[in-house]
Write a protein of this length. Structure first.
Length: 400
């Protein structure tokens, strides 16, 4: 049997928003719900139509009384972290059981072009004052559907369509649960500073941390003229794509050229990458402190390149005084690429513009840096402190 959805004429006026984890936060639950409501409102600002987003007895609803673009609405909701499922809904006041049966029949008739599928009715009676018990109500609604649509069949174990009837302050009817992205609403878990390059990994890392409810800002180390304006534009484009999920991102563009040249001239070339990365971390932390970000985020993954051996990671991490989140640390490249494709950053990431590290990489970088030797090399960088201060003074902020 086939479910034929195409010719249905059903257009919902409301959506029930299901959320997963924020439901288990006990007393803080309302904080998470309020955050989710706000994130949904923000996401719908760009969609045509008037929406109201509200919570009612542990449920979040989106409704639109007027005309709105259904596809755009669903696409926008699919990018709101914290949403586990989006259920296009019929919602009405209780006007007796006969009315409920009639409305269920009408809903199924509008929703599905051909009514020849297996189904099960599930009734949840939150309003215990409702005169009919859930099991009995489900059986009677099922019978009414069978009478109305003789080609439908009940299958209580593996139904193709689950007809959900929730009897609450109002009655909710829905069959479809469109998967949301999961995670937690952005802004429910503080703020972190993402080191965003033009590569494949860091946008994915930022997206993952954002998915846990963390608001992100970003820093990009730009080295003109060694890195072009187009490389910078690529980072801006990547930040915009990530912002589609993460919300507005403040991107700090640091001019790294002078400091990088100085390191290049002063330190052994096989240590360049590590020393540069230590300075990136130092500067990122200074910006994080100014912007009240409590952690850094990078796209590092064990063993991917010389600067990401466990020894290199340890040497880079040594200068960090705040937590560094490396969500991709144990991911294979293939799995990172899969996520990059899914979230839409991959095509932009593979555009061939140099990022600053590729210009200054040594032919044979150390893979097992000794922190004492690195420190000794850095002690020769007497002008570095002043240059870092200059980086902080001259950085550009782009609101995305
Ligand atoms: P990505 O794909 O994210 O560029 P990568 O595999 O190229 O990562 P590296 O170049 O070693 O790896 O960089 C490791 C991490 O350091 C990046 O994921 C990013 O978080 C940060 N990083 C590297 N270069 C820059 C830069 N120019 N500006 C900001 N952050 C950077
Ligand atoms: Mg890179």
């Amino acid at each position: 049997m086939e479910i034929n959805m195409s010719p249905g004429t059903f257009k919902p006026h409301a959506f029930l928003i299901k959320y997963a984890e924020i439901g288990i936060k006990g007393k803080n639950r309302y904080v998470f719900e309020d955050r989710l409501v706000q994130c949904i409102k923000d996401a719908l600002k760009a969609v045509e139509g008037e929406f109201s987003v509200y919570k009612e007895m542990g449920r979040v609803y989106v409704s639109s009384s007027g005309d709105y673009d259904y596809d755009e609405t669903v696409e926008a909701l699919k990018k709101v972290f914290g949403i586990a499922g989006i259920c296009p809904l019929v919602r009405f006041k209780d006007e007796g059981f006969e009315d409920l049966k009639a409305k269920t029949i009408a809903f199924i008739g509008e929703k599905y072009g051909s009514r020849s599928f297996t189904f099960k009715v599930e009734v949840r009676r939150v309003d215990k004052k409702y005169p009919i018990r859930s099991m009995d109500a489900a059986a009677m609604i099922g019978e009414a559907l069978l009478n109305a649509y003789p080609n439908m069949k009940v299958d209580v174990h593996h139904p193709q369509v689950m007809v959900n009837v929730e009897i609450r302050e109002e009655i909710n009817l829905y069959t479809e649960v469109i998967p949301g992205p999961g995670g937690m609403p952005v802004g429910s878990n503080g703020k972190a500073m993402l080191l965003l390059s033009g590569g494949i990994d860091s946008p994915v890392a930022g997206w993952m941390v954002s998915k846990r409810g963390v608001r992100i800002e970003a820093v990009y180390f730009h080295a003109p003229p060694y890195t072009s304006e187009r490389a910078k534009q690529k980072v801006i484009d990547l930040a915009s794509i990530v912002a589609g999920w993460a919300g507005p991102i403040r991107l700090h563009v640091v001019n790294f050229t002078e400091l990088q040249m100085y390191i290049y001239e002063t330190c052994p070339h096989d240590e360049l990458t590590i020393i540069m990365r230590r300075y990136m971390m130092r500067i990122a932390q200074l910006i994080a402190a100014e912007e009240k970000c409590l952690a850094l985020v990078t796209g590092e993954s064990i063993g991917q390149v010389a600067s990401q051996t466990i020894q290199s990671l340890a040497a880079t991490n040594e200068v960090c005084e705040i937590p560094v989140f490396r969500p991709l640390i144990a991911f294979d490249k293939k799995d990172i690429v899969d996520i990059a494709q899914e979230i839409g950053t991959f095509e932009t990431s593979i555009q061939p513009f140099e990022d600053c590290c590729t210009i200054f990489v040594a032919k044979h970088p150390v893979t097992k840096p000794n922190v004492n030797i690195i420190r000794r090399s850095e002690s020769k960088l007497v002008k570095a402190e002043e240059m870092v201060a200059e980086c902080m003074r001259t950085k550009e902020i782009i609101e995305i």
